[in-house]
Design a protein around this ligand. Structure first.
Ligand code: FES
Ligand SMILES: [Fe+2]
Length: 399
């Protein structure tokens, strides 16, 4: 069966759904072309540090990862973890298949070209003898790495390397805390994941079936403003509506008789607020910052999620829950994380987000009032460090 197309539609349409008046074109400001840098940042923003996985998961055996569209191999030597471009310049075999023949080196599995982990220099060619003339004349690209928050961080940017602390929220640098986390690769471009995270509208509807929300009630709808505090964009609630009558349809509400706890619209409004979280004085529940870090601040703990670009169609989704306590309270939180939060929040709840990110298909798009959160985020990216990750060259080698 073929679908008839109205003759006045363009071949590459950016039309909204049919309306009684006919088909109205999407106005300027509702297509990604309004955000050219954002549009180009398919593979992420280059001049930032990214967490790429748990440090204790990296051993002497080389581990391949993909970051900003590029293949990288991580290798541990003692306390240090090194990151190299995962391609042997000889015949293009991934160095992640290689062996650890000598300390501080990795040897390609094919012909034994051996690279210095610190600088990527070709320091020996095992199948061409100690006097191999190509030795010292080749190298693979290396990337700066750090270890923070139990994770390996990699910097793929240009120019002077900023301290990794620039990318870590102050509260995680200045206070003691206990944490639990999950990291996995999910379907969807990193921008869909970031937009989903900061999206004002969806949690009230999509997540009203989540077990994490079983006893917590959210408003039916809000009026929201976005404010900037330091590096963060924050969703601030101007109006909260717990139920609404839709003429001719009925009442919509998230209230249920067994849901006793209203979710606070800002963390400081909880009945018992952790002193560290209270001192942050965050005016809203949800914040986002470059290059793609979301913060959801509850009165007692904070959830963070990083959207780390893997390639055009996949994002590394790093979740971390922190509680600013020491001693027994910290130990109890760790148990609670492993027994419940890990699968309730970092599993089933954010699994609903993964589902939506996977099936989002935009542009074209037609935004609505709560999407002020999405447009504010896109504007923030527009003002970011202008270096975006180029699409990979055909052989995947660095330029
Ligand atoms: S392909 Fe790596 S040594 Fe030959
Ligand atoms: Fe969500």
């Amino acid at each position: 069966m073929t679908t008839e197309r109205s003759s006045d539609r363009p071949a590459n349409p950016v039309w909204q759904n049919d309306t009684p008046e006919g088909q109205a074109p999407i106005r300027e400001g509702q297509d990604w072309s309004t955000w050219p840098r954002y549009d180009n940042a398919v593979l992420g923003l280059r001049n930032y540090w990214y967490p790429v996985g748990w440090a204790d998961g990296i051993g002497r055996k080389p581990v391949p990862i993909k970051l900003l569209g590029e293949e990288i191999v991580l290798v541990r030597e003692g306390d240090r973890i090194y990151a190299l471009h995962d391609r042997c310049p000889h015949r293009g075999v991934p160095l992640s298949h290689g062996r650890r023949q000598f300390p501080e080196t990795v040897s390609c599995a094919y012909h034994g070209w051996t690279f210095d982990l610190k600088n990527g220099n070709l320091c020996a060619v095992l199948t061409d003898g100690p006097g191999s003339p190509i030795c010292g004349r080749m190298k693979v690209r290396t990337y700066p790495t750090e270890q923070r928050l139990g994770m390996v961080w990699v910097y793929m940017g240009t120019g002077p390397v900023p301290p990794v602390e620039r990318e870590i929220p102050d509260e995680l640098l200045d206070n003691d805390f206990v944490m639990g986390g999950r990291s996995n690769v999910r379907n969807g471009n990193w921008r869909f994941a970031a937009e989903n995270g900061f999206d004002e509208g969806h949690a009230k509807y999509l997540h009203n079936t989540a077990l994490w929300r079983l006893f917590k009630v959210m408003p039916a709808w809000n009026k929201t403003e976005i404010t900037k505090v330091g590096p963060w964009l924050i969703r601030v609630q101007e109006e909260l509506h717990w139920e609404a009558e839709f003429p001719g349809l009925g009442v919509w509400t998230n209230k249920r008789w067994w849901k006793r706890v209203p979710l606070p619209d800002r963390p400081g409004k909880g009945s018992k607020v952790n002193p560290v979280i209270d001192s942050l004085d965050i005016p809203g529940f949800v914040s986002i910052r470059l290059p793609g870090l979301l913060r959801v601040a509850y009165p007692q703990f904070i959830h963070y999620e990083w959207y780390v670009p893997v390639d055009e169609d996949r994002v590394r989704y790093v979740q971390l829950m922190a509680r600013f306590e020491r001693g027994l309270t910290a130990a109890a939180f760790k148990v609670k994380y492993l027994a419940a939060i890990r699968w309730l929040f970092h599993g089933q709840f954010t699994g609903q987000d993964a589902w939506m990110v996977d099936v989002t298909d935009a542009p074209p798009e037609r935004l609505y009032r709560p999407d002020v959160s999405i447009t504010a985020w896109r504007r923030l990216v527009e003002k970011s460090d202008p270096v975006v990750q180029p699409l990979p060259s055909p052989k995947g080698s660095p330029k």
